[in-house]
Design a protein around this ligand. Sequence first.
Ligand SMILES: NC(=O)c1ccc[n+]([C@@H]2O[C@H](COP(=O)([O-])OP(=O)(O)OC[C@H]3O[C@@H](n4cnc5c(N)ncnc54)[C@H](OP(=O)(O)O)[C@@H]3O)[C@@H](O)[C@H]2O)c1
Length: 325
Amino acid sequence: MKAILVKKFGGPEVLSYTEVDDPQPAADQVLIEVHTAGVNFADVKARIGAYHIKRALPFIPGLDVAGTIAAVGPEVRTLKAGQRVVAFPQEGAYCELALAREVLTFPIPDAISDETAAAFPLVAGTSYAMLARIARLQSGESILLHSAAGGVGTAALQIARQLEARPIIATVGSDAKKPLPADLGADAVVNYRSESYVEKARALTDGKGVDVILNPLGGEMLEEDLACLAPFGRLVCFGHASGQPASIPTDQLHGSCRSVLGFSFGTLRRTRPQDVSSIMNSVIPMLAEGKIRMMIGKQFPLTNADEAHRFLESRTSTGKLLLKV
Ligand SMILES: NC(=O)c1ccc[n+]([C@@H]2O[C@H](COP(=O)([O-])OP(=O)(O)OC[C@H]3O[C@@H](n4cnc5c(N)ncnc54)[C@H](OP(=O)(O)O)[C@@H]3O)[C@@H](O)[C@H]2O)c1
């Protein structure tokens, strides 16, 4: 089969379109003919060798796919060849044939298009897990979402609305990205590189601060978040796009009953795959019933994975980027 292979860590140019051996499913795995693969910021981190779950070289990048089951291993009970599925593959997604464990493969109802199927698994799964399970967002609580025009951001905003968060304050890294979160229902959108989101968050919550913050950036912005996190608030760290770690003063936590939490979907799927099933069982009906929509920013052919990575790293992309196989 054809696949994108990373043979050495580096820039987008290390993504090479190569012939590799067809994979064979193990007893508990399915073989998926991939139609579309998601492009995630974690793939960029993996490509440069900075992802927290280290992959040995050479590897096929990518974390989620949509496609059709081509074959199943002898111990697979609930899935069969020919089914449309999404999956979190074992060893990469930028390829024609991917292997995934049965427990991490999910049939897709006809109401969900191929593009939507490919766009949602990681971003909507991560968003739902953080909001419902990690932050335990309650109806009527306020929320601050950073990078709200991106893949996770646009999914998290819509899921927060479904969970009845209010107000929803969104931040973006440029004025050009402001319309998308506004169209999706954010009550305020702030360009965090030129305006104070802390002031806006305080103003919209009567000075109290927000109940939940999702931060994929790390660095100074994580420290700034504490200035607008309400008593009993929960700040979820789920990435470090800024490349910088943050320092959290713990004396600002206990007296105000505030919590700083971490989340990684990669760790969840490796260590608690059953929890992934329960998250997907909540997210898939939201999509099938049209309660949330995947914002597909751009699609690239598999051969142009390097171009997709350049676009994602440019900070000008909005919505979800996909690779058509
Ligand atoms: N923990 C998890 O399980 C998990 C799962 C999925 C994603 N994530 C994290 O969530 C974040 C969003 O992922 P995504 O795939 O949906 O990507 P995305 O949001 O579609 O694109 C990345 C965005 O990050 C922001 N950014 C800030 N500093 C950046 C930098 N130095 N270089 C590039 N981008 C920068 C930019 O938006 P603005 O300029 O508008 O801020 C950029 O558009 C990433 O940090 C990713 O690692 C974590």
